[in-house]
Write a protein that binds this ligand. Structure first.
Ligand code: PEP
Length: 255
């Protein structure tokens, strides 16, 4: 079974005491987690160490950085390199979130470089893709997402894509309360898997976890996650509320 993942994206929210309280509340709930059902918390850079060490006592919770630089090191004030993340034992990094693409002008090529750096240092990227509303309305979402994958991932070897994590996040569903229907999510996830099969073969594509993101809540998580190609979620707003995110974790597919 490929990995089922409940990933949180806290974005630029919470003070450290609030973040610690949230983690305390999350860890007070019991979950059925194992090697193949995991939780990843995408926390702001300044909290990676504090929250990461708080999670050390749990086996299946990890932190993720929400971004990384597309340069190895040097005179890039304000940037955080993958090597720095590695040096504080951060195992995951979110790459290509639509907010980074839109507000920070991140291009396909920059994202390809970030993915390469993450893999070089042994971090697992959570690579985000997804179309804006105009593309969905024009009905060209499949080729739009395909281009995002091809341009930033398809230079990788099959070995590098084995067990990869992709988050499909339709931009029109992020933070809008407008979730894609479970059928819309399944349709796109199946398309993504087909495109990966075309490039790398079925064995590799079957190993890739494809998370859905876009207004996932406790009330819709089970319906989304039970779809065959939906391997969990990347969750923004609802991940800031312990009861909501706990229920989302518990909605992950059981083996
Ligand atoms: C996100 O930003 O990755 C996200 C999916 O946000 P939300 O769950 O709030 O729509």
């Amino acid at each position: 079974m490929r990995k089922q993942i409940a990933a949180a994206n806290w974005k630029m929210n919470l003070t450290l005491p609030q973040a610690e309280q949230l983690v305390k509340e999350l860890l007070a709930t019991s979950y059925q987690l194992d090697e193949n059902r995991r939780v990843v918390l995408g926390v702001p850079f300044p909290y990676l160490t504090a929250i990461g060490s708080r999670l050390d006592q749990t086996k299946y919770f990890d932190v993720a950085a929400q971004n990384c630089a597309d340069k190895k090191s040097g005179a890039f004030t304000g940037e955080t390199s993958v090597e720095m993340l590695k040096s504080i034992q951060v195992p995951y990094v979110i790459i290509g979130h639509s907010e980074r693409r839109e507000y920070f002008n991140e291009t396909h090529a920059m994202l390809a470089t970030k993915v390469d750096l993450a893999l070089e240092y042994g971090l697992q990227p959570i690579f985000c893709c997804g179309e804006p509303l105009a593309i969905r309305e024009a009905g060209t979402q499949n080729s739009f997402v395909e281009t995002q994958l091809k341009e930033s991932l398809f230079h990788l070897s099959a070995e590098q894509v084995q067990g990869f994590i992709i988050a499909y996040e339709p931009i029109w569903a992020i933070g809008t309360g407008k979730t894609a229907s479970s059928n819309q999510a399944q349709e796109m996830h199946a398309h993504i898997r087909k495109v990966i099969t075309g490039q790398y073969g079925k064995e590799v594509s079957d190993s890739v976890s494809i998370l859905y993101g876009g207004s996932v809540k406790a009330s819709n998580a089970s319906e989304l996650f039970e779809k065959p190609d939906v391997d969990g979620g990347l969750v923004g707003g609802a991940s800031l509320v312990a009861t909501e995110f706990s229920a989302i974790i518990n909605a992950l597919k059981k083996p």
